[in-house]
Write a protein that binds this ligand. Sequence first.
Ligand SMILES: Cc1cc2nc3c(=O)[nH]c(=O)nc-3n(C[C@H](O)[C@H](O)[C@H](O)COP(=O)(O)O)c2cc1C
Length: 176
Amino acid sequence: MNFSEIAKTRQSCRLFDGTKQVENEKIDVILESARLSPSACNAQPYHFTVCKGEAAKKVAEATRGMGMNKFTEDVPVMIVISEEAYNKTAGIGSKIKDNDYRSIDIGIATAYLTAEASAQGLETCILGWLDDKKIRKICNLNHPVRLVIALGYPKENYELREKKRKSIDELVTVIE
Ligand SMILES: Cc1cc2nc3c(=O)[nH]c(=O)nc-3n(C[C@H](O)[C@H](O)[C@H](O)COP(=O)(O)O)c2cc1C
């Protein structure tokens, strides 16, 4: 798949097959692509904790509540993305320019991770509705949890949805 095909076919999966495990080799490829993503001053201010088995079940439980994310009961792998400290230059740049580069960096790494998962024939759902305290405890983390990525294979009959997005005209302004 080329990148345009990945952009068209990646979608948030909410119908995982809990009986189908994800191959470790594929998880390695996905994490390697996330590792290669760019970040402000190359600070890479994030950490990935891969949760499988019981750990995945516990993290999944910590993403549910108020009717949200019920589908996570069937997710075989949960990748927890926590925010690490800036390096010196990114920290200074962020202060001077009043810009939260860490969130941006985590977003870019997440885009790489989910795009590579699609290229590997896997499905993902980015989860921002999460219980930071609970997940930190499960994963033994000292830093804030920003996102959890649900990863796995879909159930049979899982279908591609039509994308709902703003039009290019709404999104883009060209100034010459
Ligand atoms: C930062 C972020 C947080 C998100 N949190 C959740 C979530 O907690 N639960 C969920 O089902 N989807 C979540 N999503 C998925 C979005 O709803 C989804 O990406 C968006 O509606 C576009 O649909 P698509 O991913 O299928 O193209 C999140 C996406 C992002 C980028």
